[in-house]
Design a protein around this ligand. Structure first.
Ligand code: NAD
Length: 357
């Protein structure tokens, strides 16, 4: 009998529903080809949930996510909800979902598509063979540390990490490296921060269990420079929450369009898979959003949460085939387009290429 997986689908706000619909189209084609079934359960989060339930993460959504095999998520946020207090804003729904699912490891691959090499602001020769992944700690550090307070004439936040939190994310980074080029670079600020000094100690301890993996350490200011100077030197970049937030966005620009890159938040009970971009309210409803980042997030979902590796490969190959044939959404139209497609057409073309492999 075919395996059946339950997927919690959260479309969110802005372009969320447009891009998630295309990922579902591609997942459907993939499940037919690879002989498994996907049950989708749809939930609200972010602004859409605020409008209906008055809060960005209703308990129904959290419970639905917790009882699923994986979460496919679009994006949240928009000007309509910008003036709400911080813990009532759409973004706080996502932070709470990650925390609620215990998803402490954020994986963001930085990949180059040969056909889109000109979409990057970097020179093609700098981009050759670039293939690295940022493993960012997601549920600790300064975004969550207590105490925190905003006063009239001062404000403070706390960066705090326990040994346990560092150990578990370090293991994710080393396991990831074992499947790749076997290099981990810990990015920190150990010349200034005590938390970074603890990170170095713990990472060195975890490294003892991975003798094949080469470990380097780099200060975050240098890493920010090296990612644009010579990105080819990296395999797995391991870093804490705040540094990872910034560096993974920088890494995405190495690759060109924000509409192309997927992410996975894993390590807890259930993984969350989402594009790296936001809800793009400026283009919502126009049918021009690029669905590829969400479609590649669906591939990560198959690989990391469902262990359907062949199916994940099919999606990644189908994306490459669509790009190689010159299909482009508007955001990447200047780079080798033979045919400009809408969001929905791009999803359909990628789904068709699943069947052609
Ligand atoms: P954004 O990523 O939504 O958009 C930045 C720019 O990239 C815009 O010009 C947009 O049109 C373009 N873009 C983004 N995704 C695209 C796609 N798939 N195809 C084509 N073009 C695309 O970032 P922003 O404008 O800073 O934020 C908009 C809203 O999204 C805000 O409310 C923000 O808080 C929210 N946001 C949400 C998430 C998330 O849900 N994980 C992440 C970042 C921002």
């Amino acid at each position: 009998m075919a395996k059946i997986y339950n997927i919690a689908v959260i479309k969110g706000d802005g372009i969320g529903s447009e891009i998630v619909d295309e990922a579902l189209k591609v997942l459907d084609a993939t499940s037919v080809k690879h002989g498994f079934e996907l049950n989708y359960n749809f939930y609200l989060m972010g602004g859409a949930a605020i409008d209906v339930f008055g809060e960005p993460l209703p308990s129904e959504t959290l419970n639905g996510a917790l009882s699923s095999d994986a979460v496919l998520f679009g994006a949240i946020g928009g000007p309509k909800w910008d003036n709400l207090p911080r813990d009532k804003r759409p973004e706080s729904g996502l932070l709470k979902l990650r925390k609620g699912l215990g998803a402490y490891a954020n994986l963001r691959p930085a990949m180059i598509f040969d056909e889109l090499v000109d979409a990057s602001t970097l020179k093609p020769q700098v981009l050759q063979d670039v293939d690295f992944i940022v493993v960012r700690e997601l549920t600790g550090g300064i975004y969550f540390g207590q105490p925190r307070e905003k006063r009239d004439d001062s404000a403070f936040n706390t960066m705090v990490y326990s040994k346990f939190e560092i150990e578990r994310i370090a293991k994710v980074a080393f396991d990831t490296a074992m499947l790749r080029k076997k290099q981990v670079c810990l990015v920190d600020k150990a010349n200034v921060l005590e938390t970074s000094q603890l990170w170095r100690e713990v990472v060195n301890e975890v490294a003892q269990n991975y003798p094949e993996v080469k470990v380097d350490f780099m200060y975050v200011d240098n890493a920010a420079m090296q990612i644009v100077r010579n990105p080819r030197q990296f395999d797995v970049i391991l870093t804490e929450n705040l540094f990872g937030d910034i560096l993974s966005d920088e890494a995405s620009m190495v690759c060109g369009s924000i509409g192309l890159l997927p992410s996975a938040s894993i390590g807890g009970k259930v993984g969350i898979y989402e594009p790296i971009h936001g809800s793009a309210p400026d283009i919502a409803g126009q049918g021009i959003a690029n669905p590829i980042a969400t479609i590649l997030s669906a591939a990560m979902l198959l690989r990391y949460s469902l262990c359907e590796k062949e199916a994940a490969n099919s999606i990644e190959n189908a994306v490459k085939m669509a790009l190689a044939e010159g299909y482009r959404t508007k955001d990447i139209a200047d780079f080798g387009a033979k045919e400009i497609c809408t969001t929905s057409e791009m999803g359909g073309i990628i789904a068709k290429f699943i069947g052609k492999q």
